[in-house]
Design a protein around this ligand. Structure first.
Ligand code: MRU
Length: 355
């Protein structure tokens, strides 16, 4: 089956163009970001979202800050770029890919600081493009490894959006599904709508439809019943941050799925590039969970479903304990428990590969 490619982030002559994800699946509109502030707002307000995608966008935001700086003085130029990095760090706290990408841009700036400003600009632009291209390659590898785990599954359930819209390539968890479909495997996907922000209903449904994959959209509260009826063979999700013991922050609702999967003896897989690993944290309690605007709950898609004055709790993510995860798919291969050991080894391999 020929599957058309979706690519939501573009960099053209010092400008970041983002596919407006808040308008999907109804309208394909591109947003032009020609200032660091516009890039930062696009991340905060979810024009672009998904852990790898916000890392890539932030890297381009730094490149944009660099190429648009008019300063002829190195110290002032570096101050401009440094300010861009500080601003972009304040956008969203949970997905570690954002910080990974910004650290890498910061490191690049340090390395090239002895060069003339024009060359520093070129180097920072190249670094952001490399981050983007590398993520596309990581997605391919994730897709290949993940597709193997799904080889015998007919019905796969996924949560949130982990495809091309969330990354620089074909995705993380969704790449396993699209790669399996490319091999003509007759997979059927249960797409969780993913309350409250509806990434599943709006984005994953759009992506699987775009790819021509058989699917049904379900509300999140239908998953347990499908599992009981043996209509789910495997669950695969992405990640925003995976810590040393395998505890994984991902879209709110992921933890409930993992508990249900355990109760029904269904394998529960997490797929993410090693750029999503944060082995500096021992366990999931150390992960900062982003709290979002109450209106996302009271007014989904701008439509009031209850009174705006009601108190709301709206964490964007939850943490699934590593012990509920059957395997973590990384670009280096498949990791299993004990994660302290397997994730550490995988990261060492990834670091060696990048040298
Ligand atoms: O709030 P979002 O839409 O940025 O959350 C995205 C998710 O939780 C994804 O599952 C995660 O980033 C993995 S994407 C490859």
């Amino acid at each position: 089956m020929a599957v058309k490619k979706l690519r939501p982030i573009r960099w053209t002559r010092g400008i970041v163009y983002l596919l407006e994800q808040r308008d999907l699946p109804f309208r394909e509109k591109w947003v032009k970001c020609d200032t660091v502030e516009k890039v930062a707002k696009a991340i905060e307000e979810m024009t672009v979202r998904g852990a790898p995608a916000i890392g890539i966008t932030a890297a381009y935001g730094v490149a944009l800050g660099a190429v648009r700086s008019k300063s002829k003085n190195t110290a002032v130029f570096e101050k401009h770029v440094g300010k861009a990095i500080v601003r972009l760090r304040r956008t969203r706290p949970t997905a570690v890919n954002l910080f990974w990408a910004l650290d890498r841009m910061e490191e690049c700036l340090k390395v090239v600081s002895v060069l003339p400003i024009a060359e520093q600009k070129q180097a920072l632009e190249k670094e952001a493009i490399d981050i983007h291209l590398e993520d596309e390659a990581l997605c391919n590898r994730l897709g290949e490894h993940g597709a193997k785990l799904l080889a015998s599954a007919k019905n796969v359930l996924t949560h949130c959006n982990t495809g091309a819209l969330a990354t620089g390539g074909d995705g993380t968890a969704l790449a396993a599904i699209t790669h399996a479909a490319r091999k003509n495997k007759k997979l059927h996907v249960w797409v969780d709508e993913t309350r409250p922000y509806l990434q599943g209903a709006r984005l994953t449904a759009y992506e699987v439809a775009h790819a021509g994959i058989d699917f049904h959209l379900i509300t999140d509260n239908m998953a347990a019943s499908l599992m009981k009826q043996r209509k789910v063979d495997a669950i695969i999700v992405g990640a925003d941050r995976i810590v040393a013991n395998g505890d994984t922050a991902n879209k709110i609702g992921t933890y409930a799925l993992a508990v249900m999967a355990k109760a029904h003896g269904i394998p529960f897989y997490v797929s993410a590039p090693t750029t999503t690993l944060d082995l500096t944290k021992k366990n999931g309690d150390e992960i900062e969970i982003e709290q979002r605007n109450p209106k996302e709950v009271t007014h989904p898609q701008g439509i009031a479903i209850t009174k705006e004055s009601y108190p709301v709790y709206n964490p964007a993510f939850d943490v699934t304990p590593g012990k509920l995860i059957t395997a973590i798919i990384l670009e280096t291969g498949i990791c299993r428990s004990p994660y302290q050991k397997s994730l550490g080894q995988a990261l060492a391999v990834a670091k060696k590969e990048s040298m």
